[in-house]
Design a binder for this molecule. Structure first.
Ligand code: AMP
Ligand code: GLY
Length: 427
């Protein structure tokens, strides 16, 4: 098969790394890719949002399957466009991708179909939003309706912070037109987890649970990022809790989308808060998580291609797969300044020394190769991922591997997986 992956992050590198191992693969392309992806695929110089140019490429190269990584082209309708040309494409259609593309849509859907989530109200009028925020009198979360590159949700400890956030989104248009409406949401307390599932619209194949670390600094402090590290499995998710998540959230969401005339195919990502009142949805994503995909695919045994293909062909009930029982843990190395303005073009050293190491993979995100050197080229730069017998071992190995890598201004959290380590190693 000829496969095209769209995107250039750590998620896409892990997809490329896994698909490259498939016995069914004839040729792998990635648009636009990065320096790491270039080791396993042919990178094509077309941006992930240039839908027409991507179509032309896929037609010309007779691509058998296209896998879309990021949310932007999905929300813009890349799958509809590819399908209209007879091209098989992994991901939801534009109407289904609204689940991530509009928080107002997602929240309204959950309310209508009884899917547990934080209490909320939506506003396009600043004055009315201010009145509601003041009436709450405490912490809340202000969310821009549309896509904002993972920065659109602002967790506010005080009414003053929330009023300011509403002002910046609705009045100053901090996120442009994505901020034409806002959701004002109840603040939820608990541990966050990411649950992903393949679905072809009727069959649902849940994946092993993951935990991301959204905040920039250790101890979950500081601003939110795209994710600073992740691991899988998650010891706090028991079989019973997972079954509850499937029953109360995953299945009802797929059914709700069907009922709304927006049948959902692809990966459904549930961002959940495990509250004292049970699991509640923080957000839906309509794609693989980043960095969650890196540890997940390190643990997935066997071939990923049949799973992707069966999802597109609505035959998911026919495929079986297994997990490596070990833990995989990914630590993100980022550029100085991320998630705000960051530096680029710094030489990355030490990558060679980790090549061929068993059970350690350095997934590239914002990297590029120039004159034989690998340079930083994005906010999140690398995802150093390791397998270990338990989360403690995986953590130890990932951080040991990081010691070998350096670039000017490199920043990473030192506590990825710490909560789980405490759980499995404290008597
Ligand atoms: P979202 O864009 O909705 O996924 O939100 C980004 C991050 O903000 C989440 O991963 C949480 O860490 C935090 N967050 C979002 N909604 C809430 C909420 N209702 N209560 C507490 N934290 C939240
Ligand atoms: N790691 C969070 C996300 O993929 O949105």
């Amino acid at each position: 098969m000829k496969v095209l992956i769209i995107g250039s992050g750590g998620r896409e590198h892990s997809l490329a790394w896994k698909i490259a191992q498939s016995s069914r693969l004839k040729k792998l392309y990635c648009a636009p890719g990065n320096a790491g992806i270039a080791q396993v695929a042919e990178c094509v110089d077309v941006e992930a949002e240039s839908i027409e140019a991507l179509c032309n490429f896929a037609l010309k190269e007779k691509i058998d399957l296209t896998v879309v990584g990021p949310e932007k082209p999905l929300v813009a309708g890349i799958v509809d466009r590819f399908q209209s040309l007879g091209l098989k494409t992994f991901g939801p259609t534009r109407r289904a991708a609204t689940l991530e593309g509009s928080k107002v849509f997602a929240k309204t859907l959950m309310r209508k179909h009884g899917i547990p989530t934080a209490e909320f109200k939506t506003f396009s009028d600043l004055f009315k939003a201010q009145g509601y925020i003041s009436s709450l009198g405490g912490p809340c979360v202000i969310k821009a309706d549309g896509l904002a590159g993972g920065k659109g949700s602002i967790v506010c400890k005080t009414v003053e912070d929330a009023l300011q956030a509403a002002d910046r989104i609705l009045k100053d248009r901090l996120f442009g037109e994505a901020g034409g409406k806002i959701v004002v949401e109840e603040y939820l307390e608990g541990e966050e987890v990411s649950i992903l599932a393949f679905t072809d619209g009727s069959t649902i194949v849940p994946l092993e649970p993951c935990q991301d670390h959204k905040a920039l600094y250790d101890g979950d402090q500081g601003p939110n990022t795209g994710g600073m590290g992740a691991y899988s499995p998650v010891p706090s998710i028991t079989g019973e809790l997972y079954a509850r998540i499937e029953r109360e959230i995953m299945v009802p969401t797929i059914h709700a989308m069907k009922k709304e005339g927006r049948p959902y195919k692809g990966i459904l990502y549930l961002g959940l808060m495990l509250t004292a009142f049970g699991p509640k949805v923080l957000e839906f994503n309509v794609r693989f998580g980043d960095p969650e995909t890196q540890p997940l695919l390190m643990r997935l045994k066997g071939d990923l291609l049949p799973l992707l293909l069966a999802t597109v062909e609505e035959k998911l009930e026919t495929v079986a797969f297994q997990w490596d029982p070990r833990t995989a843990l990914c630590v993100v190395m980022a550029s100085r300044g991320y998630p705000e303005a960051y530096e680029k073009g710094k030489e990355i050293n030490g990558l060679e020394s980790l090549k061929g190491l068993k059970d350690v993979v350095v997934f590239h995100a914002g990297t590029t190769k120039k004159q034989g050197k690998v340079l930083t080229d994005g906010g999140r730069v690398l995802g150093v991922t390791a397998l270990g017998e338990d989360v403690f071992e995986a953590q130890k190995r990932a951080y040991a591997a990081i010691e070998h890598i350096s670039f000017e201004g490199a920043y990473y959290r030192r506590d990825i997986g710490a909560k789980a380590v405490q759980r499995v190693r404290t008597p």
